[in-house]
Ligand binder design. Sequence first.
Ligand code: G3H
Ligand code: 13P
Ligand code: ZN
Length: 328
Amino acid sequence: ARVTLRQLLDHAAEYGYGVPAFNINNMEQALAIMEAAEATNSPVIMQASRGARSYANDIVLKHLIDAMAEMYPDIPICMHQDHGNNEATCATAIQYGFTSVMMDGSLKADGKTPADYDYNVAVTKAVVDMAHWVGASVEGELGVLGSLETGMGEKEDGHGFEGKLGHDQLLTDPDQAVEFVKATEVDALAIAMGTSHGAYKFTRKPDGDVLAMHVIEEIHRRLPNTHLVMHGSSSVPQDLQEIINKYGGEMPQTWGVPVEEIQRGIKHGVRKINIDTDNRMAITGAIRKVFAEKPGEFDPRSYLKPAKEAMRKICIQRFEEFGTAGHA
Ligand code: G3H
Ligand code: 13P
Ligand code: ZN
């Protein structure tokens, strides 16, 4: 059944677990998530970025979600717009059956320039009014995602800004978070604490200097009833890096967000955990393996099936690690 983000996260807060939000762009990814959810009896958040919507087409995505809901009637499914850049993106997502939208007003509508606080409040509040009229949920973001190591912020294509950002922009200010939630009435709040999108988050296993979990703890103390969202939360597992490199890939050594840090976040109000990169890596590793071991293959099913299986394994792991399993 289709549910809103608010319904899902209220339940997660009541029972003290987190819900991974997995990005989808195609049928294989949607099936991998649903199969994992069924195997672990977990509720689902699927999210589509603006890029995913233009890649897959809104109409295809709409029917894909309908198909998943029809195939798995007992699994609660929230379909969420990832990183909406303006009111129109959020409104059209809802028209296509999304039950939740992110209005990312931490960046201007171009999706790459840091926005000021007043713009963020105004655009987020406008989306909240619109979405709540029609029963959809809204996630807002305060603070800019980016690396505390390099000061590089992040735009949607994953490349850094021209200039360096300071810690005042890269770490959400707890006082401002209280003000922001009050002013916008968002259902969930994404915060910045040193994570970034993509595989290259940290140059070493992160400690408190580069992954500021204490910011989450402080914000949760001040906003105990607000559902917090962690973006850029792929763990970038070493074994997936090894598989990709073993079969002809070239990924430099890198580190993501350790699962135990996410589990610590879940103890402090984190309810939605965004994961795309881990699944991309699982898919890529599986496809590379088939290509390397069976260079004669040309049936797409011969590599897309193992790709789906590899993603399903990651999803099952995250459902179990975040305590989502058993809560469908
Ligand atoms: O926001 C980041 C997600 O990983 C989606 O990425 O914009 O390349 O689809 P994308
Ligand atoms: P990762 O790149 O760490 O998977 O983060 C995805 C994300 O935050 C989508 O909004
Ligand atoms: Zn994100």
